[in-house]
Design a protein around this ligand. Structure first.
Ligand SMILES: Cc1cc2nc3c(=O)[nH]c(=O)nc-3n(C[C@H](O)[C@H](O)[C@H](O)COP(=O)(O)OP(=O)(O)OC[C@H]3O[C@@H](n4cnc5c(N)ncnc54)[C@H](O)[C@@H]3O)c2cc1C
Length: 393
């Protein structure tokens, strides 16, 4: 019998495992590896199959900003501890061509001062070709971008000890009793644990993990990967990550991660955005279909046009799109809560920005599940679970 079973070895689960491992608990961490072929895979997917995610510290309010700052400090410590490269500190640039930045700039300035985060408001050169009228703001190092694959590796390495056991598998059922929980894996193996923590992202409502479905809203997310040569990647290595406030008929909420090396050995710049083709999912079949063969190529031309306009002197060798899913909660805060006191806990719902703060989310759920502790300075209410109305009792 394990003290804890953490279901989902993604960004939040891997962080929770490290904190609970450090606290000396016995832990089963259960989660499959990356699918070998995403076009035929029929099991669960994750949103961390990627090598670059924007990392910034300024968030919607001071408490969130402190959680993100705290996470960044942990990434730097994990780099030292494991030797893995996690955080590229080239800064995060906010670029606004349509005039929404001034009010945000005021708010950001205040938060930056209170949280002791450096901020540059006057930039001679952003590194991107933007119109002269575009308003800019830069969060310098340690902001920039993180490598989610390496982050999970580092969290797992740092958690590894006699008390932590990893199962590269998928949980297909959980039965909760008065004394614990029995988890059934895809290979029919069973695991017993006193407490369960679900960090299963978009797949939380499937595979019989929960007593009743939670209100998690799943949206398709399309990205484009633009291949560059190793020489161009080296030339662009100090480019900041970009949050680009353009809005056109096809795209909004555009973000760019400068070129990084992917597992195939090539360097890709990544752009992601909300697109006019985005759709919402309710059932497992349509989610699998989207990951396998979704029509992400419909946004290719619009995304390519943005990349070539902001980096006109780069010779992009090819462009291709990829597909993912983002989990939203009604409060736009992740769920970090106890569903069955002393038995079932949850940390999920990154709302499109959970990678950068994942370490703090793992820390919060680990403390809640192990010690029933929640930081005094952080209201718990926005993190509390909401169920799907039509299923509520
Ligand atoms: C395209 C895209 C771009 C993004 N860009 C950014 C960004 O720039 N910056 C940022 O901060 N955030 C970004 N995000 C959001 C961020 O990646 C997510 O918020 C974050 O990954 C959430 O972490 P998680 O642990 O909840 O989920 P995940 O990282 O998805 O992990 C969930 C894990 O649970 C496992 N799992 C699911 N069901 C089961 C089961 N039944 N049994 C066992 N294991 C299971 C999965 O295999 C997976 O490993 C982006 C998301 C997407 C999709």
């Amino acid at each position: 019998m394990f003290d804890f079973a953490i279901v989902g070895n993604g960004l939040i689960g891997a962080a929770a495992a490290r904190y609970l491992g450090l606290a000396g608990a016995t832990i089963a961490v259960i989660g499959p590896g990356e699918p070998t072929d995403k076009t035929t895979h029929q099991g669960v997917f994750s949103s961390h199959y990627d090598s670059g995610r924007v990392y910034r510290q300024l968030e919607r309010d001071l408490r969130w900003t402190r959680l993100s700052k705290r996470a960044g400090e942990q990434y730097q410590q994990l780099e030292q501890q494991t030797g893995l490269s996690i955080l590229t500190q080239t800064g995060c640039l906010y670029a606004d061509p349509v005039g929404g930045l001034p009010s945000y700039r005021q708010h950001a300035k205040q938060m930056a001062k209170q949280a002791d985060i450096p901020l540059q408001l006057n930039l001679p050169n952003s590194g991107y070709a933007l119109q002269d009228t575009t308003q800019l703001m830069l969060e310098p190092a340690p902001s920039g971008h993180i490598n989610p694959r390496n982050l999970i590796r580092a969290q797992n390495q740092a958690a590894a000890g006699d008390n932590v056991t990893f199962f590269a598998n998928t949980v297909t059922n959980i039965a909760y009793t008065n004394s614990g929980a029995t988890l059934t894996l895809q290979n029919s193996e069973t695991i017993f644990a006193s407490k369960v923590i679900l960090t299963t992202g978009a797949f939380t409502n499937f595979n019989n993990l929960l007593p009743k479905p939670i209100d998690l809203r799943l949206k398709s997310e399309t990205i484009i990967l633009a291949k560059v040569s190793a020489a161009d990647a080296a030339r662009l290595q100090s480019l900041p990550a970009l949050l680009y406030g353009i809005r056109n008929t096809e795209l909004d909420d555009v973000y760019v991660v400068p070129p990084v090396k992917f597992p195939d050995g090539n360097y890709y710049l990544k752009l992601g955005a909300n697109t006019k083709y985005d759709r919402w999912f309710d059932d497992l079949q349509s989610i699998t279909r989207w990951f396998n063969h979704g029509e992400s190529e419909r946004s290719l031309l619009a995304m390519k046009a943005v990349i070539t306009s902001i980096l006109p002197h780069v010779n992009f060798e090819s462009f291709h799109t990829d597909r993912c899913i983002v989990c939203y909660t009604p409060s736009r805060s992740p769920y970090i809560d106890a569903l069955i006191p002393d038995r079932l806990y949850i940390a999920t719902g990154g709302n499109g920005g959970g990678a950068k703060i994942s370490d703090s989310f793992g820390w919060l759920v680990a403390n809640l599940a192990a010690f029933n502790q929640w930081p005094d300075e952080l209201a718990h209410q926005p993190f509390q679970i909401a169920y799907k109305h039509r299923f509520s009792s």
